[in-house]
Design a protein around this ligand. Structure first.
Ligand code: PHE
Length: 460
């Protein structure tokens, strides 16, 4: 049975610009501020950057457009939208399974994402209280290890962050999400520009730029290729339905092509600005960006602790991380809240409380895996945090992306995709269709199968 459109007036973004801002808010997050610099650092700087750009354009952008067109055409929550699209195109209603898969991905990502955002909140307060100022590198390392060993502190910050997200989502599309993004995204770019201004004065700015644009072909390894493809999905929030649902609140008059290109550009700008700001700060303290996930919380604070005005700058950096994480986490929660409230007629407030509680509860698994359950490892290898974050980001997101690409490229009527994308130019449409039918699915299959290959070869 098809659902009826019983919700009479569905909220809409107030303008195309507002739609771009909220979508940029979904895309720009910890992936840009926390992940990008350390992946770039550990995967050969400029080489990774070039691969990242290639994959964004050839694989991620077409899927992003696919999500936008599905959402606007479906005009409902993620499951119902796909159900309606399937019926419009006479396809099996089973395709709505993509919506359920995305929902699992969303809740899993939200659970660990909020724990990491909680770290940023904690470090924001430490920096502004000056708790890290003047500490030796060893003492800073101890603060970090002490924090990870303390489940109560982590739970506290995780809870605060979940409350912040719920506070916005409960207020709905206009008063909540749009309003928050209109404040947070400009603040985010302002902070980036301030940090950049500082970085240019460190005397190591050119070194940072050089690092970022230093392309060495021999550094293109299969691992780097897979990391770059995976990150393209995560950073653009593709494969989880966040942008699909945001697009379901858009008007027919918006140009999806303009929205997609703006989001990709803003996301890329945020990532590169972060990297060119923090690398010179690291270099000026003799530190290296190649240290992996601890870069932001273990290494960068060492630089901030000894710099003049470091408490303020460190505070700014963690404020940036919190703003970015906040708008992204909102985009992880909104599709789930919309699903409950539209499909099951649960009141928005109740739906928000339920989703917030679920993410909070699941987040506790991640928290405990740093301390009390540290020795519990899945297959004797991965802690719960690593399992949840890697499984959702590296496996579920690409699977979601793959299904979305197949659905829009092979199942949906060409008429529907052409109408929704409404490109002025037929060759742009043809290029999109070629990418979504062939390049994106094949690229995604490679990301998915590579770990299997490594597993078989016994590298794991
Ligand atoms: N794009 C977000 C980031 O870069 C993460 C995210 C992934 C958000 C998937 C929503 C959906 O941090």
């Amino acid at each position: 049975m098809l659902p009826s459109f019983s919700s009479p007036v569905r909220s809409k973004w107030s303008s195309q610009f507002a739609f771009i801002l909220v979508s940029a808010g979904a895309a720009i997050g910890l992936g840009n501020i926390w992940k990008f610099p350390y992946i770039l650092g550990s995967r050969g700087g400029g080489t990774f950057l070039v691969l990242h750009l290639v994959f964004i354009t050839l694989i991620a952008l077409p899927v992003l457009l696919a999500e936008l067109l599905m959402g606007r055409r479906g005009h409902q929550n993620i499951v119902t939208s796909i159900q309606l699209l399937s019926s419009e195109t006479n396809a099996s209603p089973r395709w709505q399974g993509i919506g359920w898969l995305c929902s699992i991905t969303l809740i899993l990502i939200l659970s660990f994402y909020s724990v990491v955002a909680g770290w940023a909140l904690a470090y924001l307060t430490y920096s502004w209280h000056g708790d890290l100022t003047g500490l030796s590198p060893l003492a800073i390392e101890n603060v970090w290890q002490g924090f990870l060993a303390n489940p109560v502190a982590m739970l506290f910050w995780h809870s605060i962050f979940i409350l912040m997200v719920m506070g916005v989502v409960a207020k709905g599309i206009h008063q909540g999400i749009e309003k928050a993004s209109k404040i947070l995204i400009p603040v985010l770019f302002m902070i980036l520009i301030m940090l950049l201004g500082y970085a240019t004065g460190t005397g190591h700015f050119l070194e940072g730029i050089q690092y970022l644009f230093d392309i060495q072909l021999e550094k293109i390894t299969p691992q780097t290729i897979v990391a770059a493809m995976g990150h393209a999905f995560f950073t653009l929030s593709i494969g989880a339905g966040s942008l699909l649902v945001y697009s379901s609140y858009s008007s027919k008059s918006f140009s999806l092509g303009e929205v997609a290109v703006s989001v990709v550009l803003m996301d890329f700008l945020a990532s590169t600005l972060t990297a060119v700001s923090i690398f010179p700060i690291l270099f000026s303290h003799g530190l290296k960006p190649e240290t992996g996930p601890g870069l932001t919380f273990e290494i960068l604070p060492i630089a901030f602790s000894t710099m003049e005005g470091g408490a303020f700058l460190g505070g700014l950096f963690f404020l940036l991380s919190v703003c970015a994480a906040w708008t992204s986490a909102i985009s992880l929660a909104e599709p789930l809240v919309a699903l409950l409230s539209e499909r099951y007629k649960v009141k928005r407030i109740k739906a928000t409380l339920f989703i917030g509680f679920l993410a909070w509860l699941l987040g506790i698994l991640s928290i405990l895996s740093f301390n009390l359950w540290k020795s519990f490892k899945i297959f004797g290898k991965w802690t719960l945090f690593v399992s949840i974050s890697d499984f959702s980001s590296n496996i579920l997101l690409p699977i979601g992306g793959l299904l979305i690409a197949i659905f829009t490229g092979w199942i949906l009527h060409r008429r529907i995709t052409r109408e929704e994308l409404a490109f002025q130019n037929e060759s742009t449409y043809k290029a999109w269709r070629f990418l979504i039918r062939w390049v994106s699915p094949l690229g995604i299959l490679i990301i998915l199968l590579y770990p299997v290959y490594l597993f078989i070869r016994g590298y794991f």
